[in-house]
Ligand binder design. Structure first.
Ligand SMILES: Cc1ncc(COP(=O)(O)O)c(C=O)c1O
Length: 347
């Protein structure tokens, strides 16, 4: 019997989203404008960081933050976790930079020694909070500037300090499936007004000084901002739902041979993803879930160090055995039951 697929992600866009989008269309102001500015204020309040710039994507937010921090440098070196989203690598390629990959630990956070060794050779470190968990090394002082990436873990905290408050700059994503997802989008947050003003100059070619090295159309539209603003309104509720689901799944995993990869002591994640380490290969496990109509997936399709020559042995091991399961805030009762059976029979 072919069961309807439970997808890996299924963000809710219900009546309030429709209503808000309708109002924005009705305003006839669809490019950047008042909604964009209001979203920047919403994000600033939510993160308690005074200056925020909404950007057309998280990848471009990273790229612009990197351009700012490495201005005037030829082939800047950028350190980053290998077990992370490919957007990081492509943002570095965009600025003509050289990536320095960092191996992970058993919690999918950075291996401390490797992180410091790579940061010592880097012009910038992108510090990612992975998969809804919090990177404990965020509290450390690194020998280079840090861009803190909260795309997946916004809402989490470390020793009661919110994720996003540690780096020299903070970036996030507003992509549909992310915890703050609208449709597309991203943001940069900083305590320094001048940094945000300088980066803003890179987001509008028509207004940019034509002698500057780079500008592109990177503003976030009113339409995208409207959708992201609606998500922010329900973000805490959705986090609570994911927390409930995670708790139930974690209890089931206890009865299997797999291990739930949880947030580390002293950190509070946002339960964006539910990742388990399987005894069997991730591929076999994913196939078993898919046979039950469950859209299990690898947390990252390919570790980033596979693009170069750095060895990241722990990352390879994790990549071979880790599986990410759907955590949908709108699971039906039948879907939740199927997920529960899947966890018990496939892991
Ligand atoms: C950790 C992380 N940073 C940055 C990005 C890039 O965000 P966007 O998809 O909005 O370009 C992603 C996207 O998946 C991500 O997971």
């Amino acid at each position: 019997m072919n069961l309807p697929l439970i997808p890996h992600s299924r963000p809710v866009f219900d009546a309030p989203f429709e209503q808000a989008a309708k109002q924005t269309v009705h305003s006839q102001m669809l490019a950047q404008g008042e909604e964009t500015t209001a979203l920047e204020a919403d994000i600033s309040a939510a993160l308690n960081i005074p200056f925020v710039l909404a950007i057309d994507s998280g990848t471009h937010a990273l790229m612009l933050a990197l351009r700012h921090l490495t201005a005037g440098k030829q082939q800047p070196r950028v350190a980053m976790s290998s077990y992370a989203c490919a957007s990081l690598l492509f943002a570095v390629k965009h600025i003509g930079g050289i990536p320095l990959f960092i191996d992970c630990d058993a919690f999918l956070c950075m291996n401390k020694d490797h992180a410091f060794a790579q940061a010592a050779m880097a012009d910038v470190l992108i510090l990612v909070h992975p998969f809804g968990m919090i990177e404990p090394l965020a509290a450390e002082t690194f020998p280079c500037p840090v861009i803190e990436d909260i795309a997946q873990s916004v809402g989490g905290s470390l020793a009661d300090k919110a994720a996003g408050s540690f780096g020299d700059m903070t970036i996030g994503s507003l992509y549909a499936t992310k915890p703050w997802g609208g449709a597309y989008g991203g943001f940069i947050a900083s305590r320094d007004e001048h940094i945000i003003a300088k980066i803003r100059n890179m987001t509008d070619p028509d207004r940019a000084d034509i002698s500057q090295a780079y500008a592109g159309h990177h503003q976030l539209s009113n339409m995208h901002a409207t959708l992201a603003r609606q998500r922010l309104l329900v973000a805490k509720y959705e986090l609570g739902k994911r927390q409930e689901i995670t708790k139930a799944f974690a209890a089931l995993v206890e009865n299997t041979s797999a291990t739930w990869i949880s947030s580390q002591a002293g950190t509070t994640g946002n339960h964006f993803r539910f990742i388990v380490r399987c005894i069997n290969s991730a591929e076999d496990c994913i196939a078993a879930f898919q046979a039950l109509g469950i859209g299990a997936s690898k947390p990252v399709i390919q570790p980033l160090h596979h693009s170069g020559k750095t060895l990241c042995r722990q990352t390879d091991l994790q990549w071979q055995h880790n599986v990410s399961l759907p955590v949908l805030t709108n699971f039906s009762a039948q879907e939740f039951e199927r997920m529960s059976q899947g966890i018990l029979s496939c892991l």
